[in-house]
Design a protein around this ligand. Structure first.
Ligand SMILES: [Zn+2]
Length: 63
């Protein structure tokens, strides 16, 4: 029986009723990458934000 479902990324055979076009391992990699991007963005924004707050409050407290 040919399911016709293969991972779009690595070509691995997928279960017949699999609802994704990529296998679990490729999807996990994608999720990991997305997580890293999101986490990196948050880290950068947080760093920039805290620096901005430090500068801002420092300037405010300056006499
Ligand atoms: Zn795959």
């Amino acid at each position: 029986m040919i399911s016709g479902n293969t991972c779009k990324k690595c070509g691995r055979n997928l279960p017949t009723n699999y609802k994704y076009k990529k296998c679990e391992s490729c999807r996990n990699k994608r999720i990991e990458t997305a997580k890293k991007v999101v986490f990196g963005t948050i880290t950068v924004l947080g760093t920039v934000g805290s620096i901005a707050v430090t500068i801002f409050s420092g300037g405010k407290n300056k006499k």
